[in-house]
Design a protein around this ligand. Structure first.
Ligand code: NAD
Ligand code: 6OH
Length: 503
């Protein structure tokens, strides 16, 4: 059977079987039930695809305890090459169960099967392989120091695990973002307690199965399900024995986690929200830019932290560009996620749809021209119980409008015009966020001049979301603290002990 047929039949089987499925936490090498069950809902039609069990404070405490014991056990004694080999086996097991991972991600998020197969699951395997390679080749700093008595000292830094790492992740790219943190944490010899989003518990549970099958020692990878406040998320962040916290999610949640980490002065790494700008110059490759922006605005129904919600277009091509992006928006196929030809899935939940629709309403009040969309599609089938919204484009808003300043996290952008490079830079930087920007031009001198002036952590030129996992990834301002990726991840997930030897 071809891979795509295999994936498709696994997805259909999973959706049929899954209402009976109970997703437990994984603590100290065992699957353990939590204190109560909560539903895992498929946002394509509102059906319950599984139930997960919420970890209470005792289970989170057990997970942290197991993670500490594992640091001192077999895992702590493994050499770097053995750890790296284990991580490669994890990548292989993810690939061996590729169709199941895709099925679980599609059922939980409603994202199109084509996207989960192309992006989410391959990246999960890649995350383990890349950090396995990096840790094997990572060097340390060394300095030869001349001392005042005419002798010398050698300084070199020793990399050590930081300890037990707490990992909390969101629902938009659940497996990709979880493994983006689990892999470097494990590569550096740490143990982890992970808390995936309550909206998307399934692929994290499959990952626990993979850890089990791969022979990862008990306590190295622990999984607790549940919510944020007064639930597993909060219990984990305020646990005094968690040595570092890494979090991807909303800026507001980042602030709450930072407060929880403050009393014990633990390091945090935060990848938070964005209100990303795309700057389109009149000298761009028009067709490629329209294709690129259609992805940057609508991929994953706009639920990617890197999505462009503010598009600035140089005046001579403004009308033509608005019209071309409108055609792209209208060409998106809001279908069943399991259908190969679907290009637009639902939003993650009814609650999130209410939020996005509230911005669709607010934009009208704020004086927007609705170029396309602005409402909800009617399907005449079970998708009407789901969380779909129309892809939407606005023009005509003031820069101070809430719809231009606040992260919406839906399939929507505002397009405004500009007249000069300086104006474009000022407009792009007029935000409290600072995650990513994209610049579209065929003038490379301009690209080199403008890109460094973007107040963000990541600037793409003539591309978007093109990832090399060795590069620094993160944001400024409300978009986060720190960088992960390559050596930046290794530095967050390890402590350096500088050894100074006089000779
Ligand atoms: P969220 O902040 O609501 O939830 C993220 C996670 O935090 C979930 O697991 C949730 O249960 C947990 N949580 C919530 N409150 C908590 C608390 N008080 N203590 C501990 N844990 C808590 O985010 P979301 O709605 O799941 O995801 C969407 C957001 O994530 C958007 O803002 C998006 O921009 C951002 N995001 C950022 C990046 C990035 O790399 N910068 C990547 C993906 C998503
Ligand atoms: C946000 O939704 C996407 C984040 C992507 C990454 O963290 C990554 O490593 O590609």
């Amino acid at each position: 059977m071809s891979l795509s047929k295999q994936i498709s039949s696994t997805v259909h089987r999973t959706l049929q079987e899954s209402p009976a499925k109970l997703l437990h936490g994984y603590v100290d090498g065992r699957f353990v039930p939590g204190r109560r069950e909560f539903p895992d809902v498929n946002p394509a039609d509102g059906s319950v695809v599984a139930k997960a069990t919420e970890a209470g404070e005792e289970l989170v405490d057990a997970a942290v305890g197991a993670a500490h014991r594992a640091l001192k056990g077999e895992w702590g004694r493994l050499g770097v090459r053995e750890r790296a080999a284990m991580m490669c086996r994890i990548a292989e097991r993810i690939e061996a169960r590729f169709a199941e991972f895709v099925a679980a991600e599609v059922a939980d998020t409603g994202k199109p099967i084509s996207l989960a197969s192309r992006l989410d699951v391959p990246r999960a395997a890649a995350n383990f392989r890349v950090f396995a390679d990096l840790i094997k080749t990572a060097g340390v700093e060394a300095f030869h120091t001349e001392t005042t008595d005419g002798r010398s000292a050698l300084n070199y830094a020793v990399r050590k695990p930081i300890g037990v790492v707490g990992i909390i992740t969101p629902w938009n790219l659940p497996l990709l973002l979880l493994t983006w943190k689990v892999a470097p944490a494990m590569a550096c010899g740490n143990t982890v307690v992970v808390k995936p989003s309550e909206e998307t518990p399934a692929t994290a549970t499959l990952l626990a199965e993979v850890m089990h099958e791969t022979g990862v020692p008990p306590g190295v990878f622990n999984l607790v399900h549940g919510f944020g406040p007064d639930s597993a998320g909060e219990f984990l962040t305020r646990h005094p024995d968690v040595n570092a916290m890494t979090f991807t999610g909303e800026s507001r949640t980042g602030a709450a986690i930072m407060r929880a980490c403050a009393p014990n002065v633990r390091p945090v790494s935060f990848e938070l929200g964005g209100k990303n700008a795309a700057v389109v110059f009149a000298d761009c490759d028009f067709a490629a830019t329209v294709d690129g922006l259609a992805e940057a605005v609508f991929l994953n129904t706009g639920q990617v932290c890197l999505c462009a919600e503010r598009v600035y277009v140089e005046r001579p091509i403004f009308e033509q560009f608005v019209d071309a992006l409108k055609q792209k928006a209208r060409g998106l196929r809001a279908g069943w996620p399991t259908d190969e030809s679907t290009t637009l899935g639902p939003l993650i939940s009814k609650e999130h749809r209410e939020k996005v629709l509230s911005y669709y309403g607010l934009a009208r009040e704020e004086g927007a021209t609705v170029v396309t969309g602005g409402g909800v599609q009617g399907f005449g089938d079970a998708r009407d119980n789901g969380c779909y919204v129309e892809p939407t484009i606005w023009t005509g808003l003031k820069e101070s409008a809430r719809c231009v300043q606040e992260e919406i996290f839906g399939p929507v952008c505002h397009i405004a015009s500009f007249d000069s490079e300086e104006e474009a830079i000022a407009l792009a930087n007029d935000t409290r966020y600072g995650l990513a920007a994209s610049i579209w031009t065929t003038n490379l001198q301009r690209a080199h001049r403008v890109a460094p002036q973007m107040d963000v952590g990541i600037t793409w030129v003539n591309c978007w979301f093109l990832r090399d996992l060795r590069t620094p990834f993160g944001g400024v301002g409300l978009s986060g603290i720190g960088r992960e990726g390559g050596v930046h991840s290794l530095n967050f997930y390890s402590e350096l002990n500088n050894v100074c030897i006089k000779f």
